[in-house]
Design a binder for this molecule. Structure first.
Ligand code: HEC
Ligand code: HEC
Ligand code: HEC
Ligand code: HEC
Ligand code: HEC
Length: 487
């Protein structure tokens, strides 16, 4: 390096840099650099799945870094001005060696800062990364905002799958995208401007190919699955019945069944929904081996200006981790599980009424529902109550539990706010397309044949023979014995 340059530029710089503003700037710059280097391995590995670590390493730390960097010349300029005004600018600056006080101070300062930062940073970043990747962080940090999703998640088949596995997935580019949306979400939460409820579908959700398919793969053949839908009537005896369907799930390689026909090899289905929630679908395009067929609802002429979407897992499994139920079905399931006892007269009717009433807060529901359930038996069925007080109390608590899993007044999440697209009984679901009225130009329709998706084995039967044959439900199980003391 030319000696002249060092003498002319560096020495005065180091002399003038010996001031507090520049020192603080250097402190900030070293801290940001060391922390950033600590985060680097996680960021580069690509398995970086957390938006907030990204926010930290791509937005916050660089911001801090440049802020600190700007302080250094500011301090230098200020000190030079001051020295000039006071006429104390030295005529020559010391050489860059240990004898030079300013140089010595600078080297020691940077050395100390680096050492301190490494010592602190190594402890801090590891813990912070682990914490930010955790379900607790995602589900609880913004408690009110995520409470509905976190609650439903804990009750889902994916309760052991981390939020980031579905919401971000592996790889760098989605990571950056999610980070950017994460940043705007943080701002919305801070300013309290986020929408309630959080709108679904999530538009920047990563395609299922990259998330769901890291654990499930559509080519895998899934055997047909028997599903039982229990139901209790709103009468005094809570008359029980069961619907049994055998669902033809199928698989990709053979292009059969539900999975195979939509996601098999060479199949691509595109559709255009006319509403935000994708509940009305006027236009469907099927691209299969050797043919393309377009199906349209009456009066539709092409997708027009509707957004076209390629169908994937999420179009049917839209609530794999956050499914909310309608009150009837939720209560039926709680009764089937014996949590709300079907032996209590009018339990379904009374439970349903309490579930459907409006409560302003979760606290109010918690105070009201179990108490009202108990009061009902005290007044209407005193004999039943006196002999089954514990059962009534426990059932009342379970009615509340159903409510608490589904309703979140703070986030405006009420019954039916988030449609579930599997099936067609509670929400349009499969019938958004399979309603028999989406037709191709040659008059073919997307099938509504009851036998295409499932074999309906029993509809609301008290004791379906099929279940007895399968050894799944001894007939006597389906008729609850009357509780003692019933009038
Ligand atoms: C098995 C995959 C999966 C997991 C695990 C998962 N989610 Fe989701 N989540 C989804 C899908 C799919 C949607 C989109 C729902 C839709 O489009 O209707 C979603 C939607 C959401 C929404 C938008 C609002 C809504 O209800 O649609 C939030 C908020 C959310 N998830 C938070 C979380 C949190 C917090 C966790 C961890 C506690 C988590 N998710 C775990 C798949 C998942
Ligand atoms: C990290 C792995 C992982 C990811 C990612 C994942 N799942 Fe799963 N999924 C599982 C496991 C494990 C089970 C089995 C749970 C059980 O047996 O109770 C499961 C079960 C399911 C089931 C069956 C539920 C039932 O009622 O038996 C469906 C449907 C499903 N997943 C859909 C999805 C969809 C859709 C996505 C993407 C949004 C997804 N999964 C992402 C691990 C994953
Ligand atoms: C056309 C709608 C549709 C699409 C698309 C779809 N599924 Fe399914 N899937 C179903 C139905 C219906 C069932 C039966 C379960 C039910 O009714 O609850 C099912 C069942 C499953 C199960 C449980 C299988 C078992 O053996 O119990 C898993 C896991 C699953 N799907 C994962 C996926 C994944 C991953 C994708 C995307 C690659 C996907 N599904 C795409 C409709 C669909
Ligand atoms: C976005 C529209 C759309 C939705 C939603 C949809 N499907 Fe389909 N489905 C199609 C199309 C398109 C075809 C293929 C029609 C063809 O062969 O031309 C199809 C075909 C099928 C077939 C094969 C029918 C046959 O004739 O063999 C089954 C079974 C099926 N779907 C089940 C389901 C189930 C179950 C659901 C709900 C979980 C569902 N579909 C939701 C569009 C849809
Ligand atoms: C496009 C596919 C498809 C068609 C067509 C279809 N279903 Fe279904 N159906 C399903 C799926 C998927 C489920 C399972 C829903 C679930 O897992 O929650 C179901 C569930 C049911 C159930 C039990 C649900 C309950 O809540 O009791 C009945 C009953 C039923 N279907 C009757 C019919 C009848 C009758 C027809 C003919 C008009 C029909 N389905 C046509 C896909 C279909």
């Amino acid at each position: 390096m030319p000696r002249k340059l060092i003498g002319d530029w560096l020495s005065p710089l180091i002399y003038f840099a010996d001031n507090w503003t520049s020192r603080i700037g250097m402190g900030i710059v070293t801290t940001a650099t060391v922390l950033w280097i600590f985060l680097l391995p996680t960021t580069l590995r690509g398995e970086m799945q957390n938006p907030y670590i990204g926010i930290l390493s791509y937005l916050v730390l660089p911001g801090v870094f440049f802020g600190g960097l700007a302080l250094i010349p500011l301090g230098i300029i200020a000190k030079r001005k001051l020295s000039r005004r006071k006429g104390r600018v030295p005529t020559s600056f010391g050489p860059l060696n240990w004898a030079n006080t300013e140089f010595r101070r600078l080297v020691i300062l940077i050395g100390l800062l680096t050492f301190a930062n490494i010592a602190i940073g190594s402890q801090f970043t590891y813990g912070a990364i682990n914490y930010m990747d955790s379900v607790t962080f995602c589900g609880k940090t913004c408690h009110t905002v995520m409470q509905p999703e976190f609650t439903a998640y804990q009750d889902s088949p994916h309760s052991r799958v981390e939020c980031v596995k579905c919401h971000i997935g592996p790889g760098a580019s989605w990571f950056v995208q999610s980070k950017l949306s994460g940043a705007s979400q943080l701002i919305a939460v801070t300013l309290n401007t986020y929408p309630r409820p959080i709108p679904a579908p999530v538009h920047n959700l990563r395609p299922a190919r990259d998330t769901c398919e890291t654990c499930h793969w559509p080519q895998k053949y899934a055997t047909d699955r028997v599903k039982i839908f229990p139901k209790y009537a709103e009468d005094e005896t809570n008359t029980a019945s069961k619907t049994v369907v055998m669902i033809k799930i199928g698989g990709g390689n053979n292009g059969i069944g539900i999975h195979g026909t939509h996601l098999g090899v060479g199949v691509k289905i595109r559709y255009a929904p006319s509403d935000e929630q994708r509940q009305t679908i006027p236009w469907i395009e099927y691209n299969g081996p050797g043919r393309q067929t377009v199906y349209q609802a009456d009066g539709t002429k092409g997708p027009g200006n509707m957004a076209v979407r390629e169908m994937d897992c999420m179009d049917c499994h839209n609530r794999p981790a956050h499914a909310y139920q309608l009150p009837e079905r939720a209560l039926d399931e709680a009764m089937f599980a014996g949590k709300v006892s079907p032996t209590l007269p009018n339990a379904k009717k009374e439970g349903l009424e309490l579930l459907k009433a409006t409560y302003a807060t979760r606290e109010m529901a918690a105070a009201r529902i179990p108490a009202a359930f108990t009061d009902f038996y005290k007044q209407k069925y005193p004999a039943v109550y006196s002999q089954n007080a514990a059962l009534v109390a426990q059932s009342g608590k379970e009615v509340l539990a159903v409510w608490e899993r589904n309703i979140f007044p703070d986030m405006n999440v009420t019954w039916g706010k988030y449609p579930v697209n599997i099936g067609h009984t509670d929400f349009p679901g499969c019938f958004r397309c399979h309603d028999g009225s989406h037709a191709s130009p040659d008059g073919k329709t997307v099938t509504q044949d009851c036998g295409a998706c499932h074999t309906v084995l029993a509809v609301e039967e008290a004791a379906p023979k099929i279940l007895t044959d399968l050894g799944m439900a001894p007939a006597e199980d389906t008729k609850p014995s009357a509780p003692s003391g019933k009038k």
